[in-house]
Design a protein around this ligand. Structure first.
Ligand SMILES: [Zn+2]
Length: 322
């Protein structure tokens, strides 16, 4: 039958020195097995992961057979309470994005201290699931680190229609380092030889039923795959494997972006395929015929029509054979 406990722990302090707390749920099976650490909302407006954990709560209380699940539904209360991706500068100016500070620093900034406190749980796990969501404009997918075969197996068990492989830190390019990707939880886990997957479910801000259901089935599948829950993984999509190359199609000018009506997220595209048009909303002059920059899977396409020069309009992932 297993045991369940929950504790609310202090993970950092506000400038006023009042404590910042979050709740940790622990589900322990009767027999030995791996530890899976699963967290949501380190980007506070990515709330579908929190809903996934709530809906799994009763099942985990009753059905964890072996090993242990440690679940943190709100990893960054700072961003959750502001319904935002990053913190207000008044609270954390140095590291507003929590997913750039792992494994944290117990003497560091607010977010570094939060990460360090949560790393006490995550860093001793065998598997980490870091639940995120993207915008409504993106295909649900799972990100894994290149050459992490166990991570890839868990990404396939999780499901969705796309598994994005990100370079290992030692092979990553300039932009990867410039954007401080070495501080992602998945990268810190890889350094520690902990298998970690980063599901990116659909939708920020909204509780979106299909995104939540994908997340529930995905977490269940991973827990079945590692033997914590009984049974075999259930159908939840078959991920195509592609490279997360950081490439993007950007706006060369500001204006209004209109997507071609026959273009959809998830399409297989070829370099040069038309995606839409950026035009001057005052004169109607066309500034840019927006085209795919490479052959691959169109996995993100902005729906925000008013765009500024330099903004990302679309992302195409490079297919990988495996
Ligand atoms: Zn995120």
């Amino acid at each position: 039958m297993g045991t369940y406990s929950q504790s609310t722990i202090t993970i950092s302090h506000l400038p006023s020195q009042q404590p910042i707390r979050t709740t940790v749920h622990e589900y322990v099976g009767d027999s030995d097995g791996p530890t899976v650490y699963v967290q949501a909302a380190q980007h506070g407006y990515e709330v579908n992961g929190t809903e996934v954990l709530r809906r799994l709560h009763d099942e985990l209380r009753e059905r964890v057979e072996a090993g242990r699940v440690v679940a943190v539904p709100i990893a960054s209360p700072l961003t959750f309470d502001h319904s935002s991706y990053t913190t207000p500068r008044a609270i954390e100016e140095t590291h507003p994005n929590m997913n750039r500070v792992w494994p944290g620093d117990s003497d560091g900034t607010v977010h570094e201290r939060i990460a360090a406190r949560l790393w006490e749980y995550a860093g001793e796990a065998d598997v980490i699931i870091d639940l995120h969501t993207m915008s409504p404009d993106a295909l649900s997918h799972v990100v894994v680190t290149e050459d992490d075969d166990e991570g890839l197996a868990l990404a396939r068990a999780f499901g969705t229609d796309l598994a994005l492989v990100e370079s290992r830190p030692d092979e990553a390019g300039h932009e990867w380092h410039r954007r401080n990707f070495s501080g992602k939880l998945r990268v810190a886990a890889t350094r520690r030889d902990i298998t970690c997957i980063t599901p990116e479910l659909g939708y920020n801000t909204w509780i979106d039923e299909p995104a939540v259901e994908t997340g529930i089935r995905g977490v269940q599948n991973v827990l079945r795959e590692v033997g914590i829950l009984a049974g075999d993984p259930a159908s939840n999509g078959t991920p195509r494997l592609a490279r997360n190359h950081l490439g993007r199609v950007t706006a060369t000018d500001s204006g209004l972006f209109v997507i071609d009506p026959d273009v959809e997220i998830g399409d297989t595209v070829e370099a040069g395929d038309a995606l839409g048009t950026v035009y001057d909303p005052s004169t109607y002059e066309v500034h840019q015929e927006v085209r795919a920059d490479r052959d691959g899977t169109l996995y993100a396409l902005t729906r925000e029509a008013t765009i500024i020069a330099g903004e990302t309009l679309a992302n195409v992932a490079l297919p990988l054979e495996r």
